[in-house]
Design a protein around this ligand. Sequence first.
Ligand SMILES: NC(=O)c1ccc[n+]([C@@H]2O[C@H](COP(=O)([O-])OP(=O)(O)OC[C@H]3O[C@@H](n4cnc5c(N)ncnc54)[C@H](O)[C@@H]3O)[C@@H](O)[C@H]2O)c1
Length: 333
Amino acid sequence: MRLLVTGAAGFIGSNLIHLLRHERSEWSIRVLDSLTYAGHAGNLEPHLGDQSVELIVGDVANTADVNRAVEGVDAILHLAAESHVDRSILGSAAFVQTNVVGTHRLLEAARKSGLPMIIISTDEVYGDLGPKDPAFTEQHPIKPSSPYSASKAAADHFGLSFVRTYDQDVRITRCCNNYGPRQFPEKLIPFMIGQILQGAPCPMYGDGQQVRDWIHVDDHNRAVLAVLEKGEAGEVYNIGAREELTNLQVVEQLGLALERTVEIEFVADRPGHDRRYAVNPAKIERDLHWQPTVDWKTGLSSTVQWYLDNSEWIESIKSGAYKSYLKSNYGHR
Ligand SMILES: NC(=O)c1ccc[n+]([C@@H]2O[C@H](COP(=O)([O-])OP(=O)(O)OC[C@H]3O[C@@H](n4cnc5c(N)ncnc54)[C@H](O)[C@@H]3O)[C@@H](O)[C@H]2O)c1
């Protein structure tokens, strides 16, 4: 298998490459990544150094970069995205460019070359649920709340329209919140670990009762592999771990895992903040025989240990731009 993975210098993609090198070592892997603030070539080491992974530094919204990247591959896993909801609220143009235009460019290239393409989407495209509503199935209406989820929903719609119009092999995965190593420190778990370790207050949006379903990144990536190897063209697969927790519970459990006191500071809520996401993964469990294997407690403890052991990684990626982002997002709250 010769695989193109877009966005693999980021969190989920880099974990996927490490998993593939371990479990599908005979595959040849090419990465297309423009190395935005969230992408770091170092996340792909040691595989770039030993030349088992090829990195093309390029933009998924640039036709020449995309054409170069798809040449000679058998399939595309499309992860590249602007991925942070708070940044999409501060400015959404980059989300339209990468998530919508970029996905469209890849779909066109996949169509011309007859390549199967898997779009790594999100449960956020469904909007949110009430406290007692059943979890999202693949039939749930698409009703995004943030500019981020709207851009991901638009990409999904393009993908499914290419299935219907061109009979193209496009598959979509919609996963819940991921946690694990190498997640950019603006996201809830690594951000709060950093605050707790510094003895700084943990800023909690609104009442902290927003519920998310949490999955270990390796379980997500194994589900993506199942979709690649056993999935059907034109199908959407929800991926979830049935591990629903409020944001407040997540932060409290981080404090317990770190054996530190947690100081919560309630701050102004995120505009349009979704109250609850919950994913029903019955379809992928039944049709592709995938199941999550990492329970929340074990996964959280190994994740916390990874951040404790890799403080130099965290420091190396906190640029001046990251510090000014923190100021724009939290400064006024
Ligand atoms: N993190 C989650 O909890 C989660 C949950 C469900 C779905 N997803 C989806 O999974 C995918 C990966 O998420 P992540 O958390 O690893 O994101 P991330 O922000 O950590 O990484 C995104 C990667 O995409 C690259 N990228 C951004 N714009 C690009 C462009 N124009 N061209 C080429 N590369 C570009 C970045 O450099 C980075 O390496 C995204 O599509 C996201 O929507 C994430």
